[in-house]
Each structure stands twice: as C-alpha cells, then as structure tokens.
Design a protein around this ligand. Structure first.
Ligand SMILES: [Zn+2]
Length: 267
C-alpha cells in the first residue's frame, strides 16, 4: 500500500477542505512537533527527562529553593537548543500562512522553531527560550548575549538575584495576555489543528475544547490518538509522524487553492 492510500492520508483531504473554507485557523502545538528536530518529548522518558524528571527539576519551587539544581537542568536544556532547526512539520505550517490562510499558532513549545520556520502569529503559552528574567527587578537579558559559565548560576547584573529563563515552569501561571489571546483565537477559529500534543497540561490544553464548543472543526495530528480524540471532540484524527502528514496536507491545500484561483479567473 502506498503512503497516499493509507487511511490517514485520505482523511487529510477532509482537513484540507475545511482549511480552504476557513477564515481563521488555530494551530495548537506541543512537543511532538519538535521531536523530529531532535528535541526530546517531556513525556517520552528519554535522555534529558529521564535524568532530570521535569516534575522534580523544572518547578518554580526548585528555582526558589535549589537554584543550583534548577540550573543543572537548564544548562542541559540550553545545550539541547543549540543549533536546532525547524523540521518539515514547522515548515508545512508556515507554508499554510504563505498560501494565504490566516493562521494563529498557540504553542506549548519554548524552542522558537515555529518562528524560525517563518510563522508570524505565534503565541508562546509557556514562554520562550530567548530571554532570562529577573523576578525581583524585572530586568530581561537576551540569552544570545549571555555568556554561560558551566556551574555558575546566572545572576541579575542590577540586583544580583538568580535569573530564570522566561519560561513557564511547573507551578507557575501562564502569561495572562498570551493565554487570553489564545482563548480569543480558539473562540474565533473555524478549524483547530491540535498537533503533537498529549493535551494534558492545563490550562493550555483547554484550547481545542474551547474551539470545539465555539463550533470549529477540531483535527488531531499525532502518532496515536490522545484523550482529545477519545473525548469525541475531534472531527478528524490524522495518525502518523507529523513531519510526513503535515507536508502532505500543505501540498493538498496548495493544489486546492491553486484550482480555486484558476476557477475564479476563468469565470
Ligand atoms: Zn534584578
């Protein structure tokens, strides 16, 4: 059986039809989108997260009480981010935008790869890796200008407090305005693509449900169905590696929109 004939690829046509008719598309993305770029999934129990269980190391409590332990994980994390590139899944999502669709991406990822791929409306629900923040005097320091010294905890140059990456750790609230904008997009969208997310970390995981309640068609792209699909809120589940299924989808949309333009110009 060729890839094209597999059931998920056939279902991509339904998603394509929905996208072509949509006025606003919300993409809700998680770690699965970045796995093909070489970043480990939080929940995969591989590498980094096996050595540093996120619930134990990536918490705001550990930051306050054991900054050295907290930074042990974060030094590794920044090393992992070094030199990573967007993959075919990120590029396919950016392509949807260049094809003329209004796409808002609400991502749980902190790696900046959607922006690197060219997507312009990206809401980072869990913050991003690009800045260090002082929680006391609110100073921000771009990571690219910071010289990390192994074993040395980064401290604020103004007030000497320990710096924290501008990332939402376990036990911290999500950036209010970003979450609000994402909720508004969920209410406003006609199609919501939930991609590579186990959709278990709330409140971000509410977004597909809000979209569904507001009448949007929710489509899940993942290696296996999650609770989201099992909850019956998903119109189409596309099974398979997102770095394959999403480029296929973008190609279908490109063809469909090309045909629509031709029909438009011949009439
Ligand atoms: Zn400070």
């Amino acid at each position: 059986m060729s890839e094209e004939n597999q059931p998920s690829y056939a279902r991509c046509r339904n998603v394509c039809d929905a996208l072509v008719a949509a006025k606003h598309v919300l993409v809700f993305s998680g770690a699965g989108v970045s796995v093909p770029s070489g970043l480990p999934d939080f929940r995969s129990n591989k590498g980094l997260w096996l050595k540093y269980p996120p619930e134990e190391y990536a918490t705001i409590e550990v930051f306050h009480r054991y900054p050295k332990k907290f930074w042990e994980l974060n030094f590794q994390l920044f090393k992992d981010f070094d030199g990573i590139e967007p993959n075919a899944a990120h590029l396919a999502l950016a392509k949807l935008e260049t094809l003329g669709l209004k796409v808002t991406i609400a991502t749980q990822n902190i790696d900046g790869l959607h922006q690197a791929a060219g997507s312009t409306r990206v809401l980072e629900l869990h913050g991003g890796k690009d800045n260090l923040k002082c929680l006391y005097c609110k100073s921000m320091y771009p990571v690219k200008d910071w010289t990390f010294v192994e074993g040395e905890i980064p401290k604020c140059k103004k007030c000497t407090a320990v710096l924290k990456p501008d990332v939402v750790y376990f036990g911290e609230a999500l950036p209010e305005q970003t979450l609000e904008e994402a909720m508004t997009a969920a209410e406003d969208c006609d199609v919501c693509l939930a991609i590579g997310t186990s959709a278990v970390v709330f409140p971000a995981a509410m977004l597909p449900g809000v979209a569904h309640k507001s009448g949007a068609s929710v489509c899940e792209f993942n290696l296996e169905p999650t609770d989201l699909t099992r909850s019956g809120q998903v119109a189409h589940f596309i099974e398979g590696p997102v770095e394959k299924t999403l480029p296929h989808l973008a190609e279908l949309v490109e063809k469909a929109m090309g045909n629509a333009t031709q029909e438009g110009s011949s009439s």
